[in-house]
Design a protein around this ligand. Structure first.
Ligand code: ATP
Ligand code: MG
Length: 586
């Protein structure tokens, strides 16, 4: 318990006074509630002794009304205050959780399912909130009510109290035991539902593939199996849930029967007044809730703690690339890049992907990288913004080891257009401005023009305000690529890297984009990865990778004379384009 509250303490700051007022209102509600049976007792006693007057009854009735109004106001107050605290705590915790998730590196996400993270951010956070909100309230409420109502009952008749409370602990046990089973089955239901929705989501996102392979019937059958499973798990839960209420009713019924038998006898023997008998029944009614609450609160607490442990586990994950304490801020860099004897693998137990990489790119150079698929091009450039962890003293930006720079500042200097860029389901304009929403629309349009996207957009129904659908489904492959290029160049970063970002556009458009790029990137370092000679030949330096090693380096003409991979690629693409143009003539 202590550990739980130590973990959650930071999320409760500034709530002390609200909490105290809330608990005070709760105790007032309970006290008013305990007072009502005393008023009824007075009335019944006066009635049974024949001393009652209508004005006394009126007064007593009015008093009960007053107490009830007090209860309603105070109950509203404590709920508003204490549930409010738990909701605010949940918000702070969720915020911190999300913030933490965004610090973790892409490598960590490869091992963690999105569904699990969603469950943590929803179900588990709910369980923690229930523990601290309702859990605390129920603990105070039931503790106070249990002690006071028992005291009142003992005051009326100690022996009778002893008899009737014997079955009551059974209530706590039933609630605790059944609650546990119920929760276990409820979790199975939830898991089943999660896999059902996951399936639907994936099938619908991949609807093209499903249709192309004519797998509708197969998917329908599979879905049928999963929904049957969901229903049967629900029924298993209903069986336990259905037994729960009748059992509770049985125990409560027993207690009241005992009061009627023993208490009734006492009244007949005149050792107990009629009023006491009625009041005793009312106190027993009040006592039932705390007895139920004991089992309930224990479950709430166990569930909340288990959820909190799961959340804490993620909180304890440290990003594998983090700023060292003496990391330095870099800005307005010239754009020099140097790799020194770099050998890299993704994980210790995986083979080397890059070996012995050495090269230098001077500020303002236009550099091409090429090589067979899988040769390590994407891996190489992803190391420049430090997306994966590398040994120290291997990669330098403006002669500073990237391991010694602040990550955010390093990345702010580099624009990277990945091979398969992610687009958000908002408008074109918002996608272009993703890197900085403060940028003028004017600049966004310029970037779109450089990326040769502008003429396509003119045909869209809402122009730049067109919503492009989930992951940009409404755009063609080439349009997506050009949008990603516009997103990167709008920031005008000192280093710009295009990872095969023109593969889906035709050579003419590619040429137009490259020409514009050369113009706007004058004096700034630009790296272009491509399989096409047409994109590489105008660059000042070309790096050729093979199996993670640099096998050739030089400008277009130098590499042609070397008669290696590059010149082979050139010859092949020459033949290809000649064939194409001959076909056009036929
Ligand atoms: P392409 O031209 O097809 O884009 P590439 O030259 O960009 O290829 P990389 O993506 O750098 O090649 O991949 C190089 C090697 O690294 C491949 O063998 C690939 O399987 C491996 N690899 C890539 N990403 C990871 C990763 N996250 N974890 C482990 N291995 C990876
Ligand atoms: Mg690649």
């Amino acid at each position: 318990m202590k550990k739980v509250f130590r973990t959650l303490k930071p999320y409760f700051v500034g709530e002390k006074l609200v909490f105290l007022i809330g608990i005070l209102s709760l105790i007032l509600v309970d006290s008013f509630q305990l007072f009502i049976p005393r008023v009824i007792k007075r009335g019944v006693d006066e009635l049974s002794l024949g001393r009652a007057t209508t004005s006394l009854m009126l007064k007593l009735g009015f008093f009960i009304m007053l107490l009830t109004v007090g209860i309603i106001i105070m109950r509203f107050l404590w709920r508003y205050l204490i549930i409010g605290i738990s909701r605010r705590m949940e918000r702070r915790l969720r915020q911190a959780f999300y913030k933490h998730l965004l610090t973790l590196s892409p490598g960590w996400y490869a091992d963690y399912k999105v569904g699990n993270l969603m469950a943590l951010a929803t179900n588990d956070l709910d369980a923690v909130r229930m523990m601290v909100g309702i859990g605390i309230v129920a603990t105070f409420d039931s503790g106070f009510l249990m002690i006071t109502s028992l005291a009142m009952m003992i005051l009326i008749n100690p022996l009778l109290t002893l008899y009737v409370i014997i079955p009551l602990p059974i209530l706590s046990i039933i609630v605790g035991y059944f609650g546990k089973i119920l929760h276990r089955r409820f979790k199975l239901v939830q898991e089943s539902f999660a896999s059902l929705t996951d399936r639907v989501r994936e099938t619908i996102s991949g609807i093209q593939v499903v249709k192309n392979y004519a797998r509708q019937d197969f998917e329908t059958e599979r879905f049928k199996g999963m929904s049957t499973d969901y229903v049967s798990k629900n029924i298993k839960m209903i069986i336990v849930g259905g037994m729960f209420d009748p059992l509770i009713g049985l125990v409560i019924g027993f207690s009241f029967a005992l009061v009627l038998m023993w208490g009734g006898k006492n009244v007949i023997l005149a050792s107990m007044s009629m009023g006491d008998f009625v009041a005793f029944n009312s106190y027993l009614g009040i006592l039932i809730w705390p007895m139920i609450a004991v089992g309930w609160v224990i479950n709430l607490y166990q569930r909340g703690k288990a959820s909190l442990d799961r959340i804490t586990e993620v909180f304890e994950q440290e990003p594998d690339i983090a700023d060292s304490p003496d990391a330095i801020e870099i800005s307005d860099i010239a754009g020099r890049i140097e790799f020194k004897n770099l050998t890299f693998r993704y994980k210790p137990d995986l083979p080397d992907i890059l070996t012995d990489i050495n090269f230098k790119i001077e500020p303002g150079e236009f550099v091409g990288i090429t090589g067979r698929t899988g040769s390590g091009k994407t891996t190489l450039i992803s190391l420049i913004p430090h997306l994966h962890d590398t040994p120290t003293e291997t990669i330098f930006i403006d002669d500073i080891d990237i391991c010694k720079t602040k990550l955010a500042s390093l990345r702010s200097q580099i624009g990277l257009v990945p091979q398969d860029s992610f687009l958000f389901s908002t408008t074109l304009l918002e996608n272009i401005k993703f890197g900085n929403f403060d940028i003028d629309d004017e600049k966004a349009l310029q970037a779109a023009t450089v990326a040769q996207l502008d003429k396509d957009v003119r045909d869209f129904p809402d122009g730049y305000d067109t919503v492009i659908g989930e992951r940009g489904v409404m755009l063609s492959g080439g349009q997506k690529q050009r949008l990603s290029i516009a997103r990167a160049i709008i920031l005008d970063p000192p280093i710009l890297i295009l990872d095969d970002a023109l593969s889906a556009v035709d050579t003419e458009t590619e040429e137009a984009i490259l020409e514009k790029l050369q113009e706007i990137r004058k004096g700034k370092t630009t790296i272009i990865i491509s399989h096409r000679i047409s994109a590489l030949q105008t660059t000042q330096k070309i790096i050729v990778l093979e199996n993670g090693k640099i096998i050739e380096m030089g400008n277009h003409n130098e590499l042609l004379t070397r008669k290696g991979y590059y010149s082979e690629l050139y010859t092949m693409q020459q033949i290809q384009s000649e064939l194409n143009s001959e076909n056009e003539h036929i």
